[in-house]
Design a binder for this molecule. Structure first.
Ligand code: MD3
Ligand code: FE
Length: 225
């Protein structure tokens, strides 16, 4: 369908529609934001999330430097991410319970694989899903994700609930950052040459989301091993 140029305005069924932001934004050579990509999965994602969190509740981790993180964390999949005085690591069991992490729900796997494929990463099979919860005021300072064994695999992130301003830097902490707003249902894929770029999240602003309430939840799918 032609929406611009030679089509007479009287035949343009979409003339009254508000302009839509593009569904895909490229934010780096191998990084893409897919707006609303998770929404068709949401009816299955929310109960799966509830189930994971009932088995592995959120907790605030203490960094090796002794700081308690403002973001609360859980995990599912074969490996979960933990931190303590000895450092950061992926572990097959939850140190809080001694049990294996909850299995990666099928709908999580489907969503992660579909998004990775959209960004050109075929054969991505995540083995770890980190679940971050931000209440208003929580933030994540600039960091690199380097605890995974190989950097050839992308990271896929799914944002739910309150919006957040994502900061995307370069390969040095001091590099200029670009700001990318992330909304409920947005999915971002980072890989290849962008995989080790510094990134962070600005403090989440007060608000309430109709489905998630006063919080932002972010899943990141990775291949840890
Ligand atoms: C960019 N989480 O869990 S999305 C993290 O929104 C993390 O909760 C943020 O950074 C959040 O480590 C940002 C995830 C993300 C993950 C890995 C990346 C962004 C990335 C690797 C390279 C570049
Ligand atoms: Fe990160």
């Amino acid at each position: 369908m032609q929406r611009k140029g030679t089509t007479p305005a009287t035949f343009d069924l979409f003339a009254d529609e508000a302009p839509q932001p593009p569904a895909v934004e490229q934010i780096g050579p191998q990084s893409y934001v897919f707006r609303g990509f998770a929404l068709p999965f949401i009816e299955r994602v929310l109960p799966a999330l509830e189930s994971v969190l009932s088995q592995a509740p959120f907790r605030h981790m203490v960094t090796p430097g002794g700081h308690t993180m403002s973001v609360a964390l859980s995990s599912c999949g074969s490996f979960g991410w933990t931190t303590d005085r000895s450092g950061y690591q992926y572990t097959p069991t939850n140190p809080q319970t001694g049990e294996p992490w909850p299995a990666l729900p099928e709908v999580f796997r489907e969503l992660a694989i579909a998004a990775a494929e959209m960004a050109g990463f075929v054969d991505f099979i995540p083995d770890a899903c980190l679940i971050n919860r931000y209440i208003p005021g929580a933030k994540m300072t600039l960091h690199q994700d380097k605890d995974e064994r190989g950097y050839q695999w992308p990271v896929v992130s799914v944002s739910l609930g309150l919006p957040a301003m994502f900061l995307f830097g370069g390969h040095q902490r001091s590099d200029k950052t670009q700001r990318v707003p992330l909304f409920h249902g947005d999915v971002v894929v980072w890989g290849g040459v962008d995989r080790l770029r510094f990134h962070g999240v600005m403090p989440v602003r007060e608000g309430s989301h109709p489905q998630l309430g006063e919080q932002r939840i972010n899943f990141t799918f990775r291949k840890a091993r």
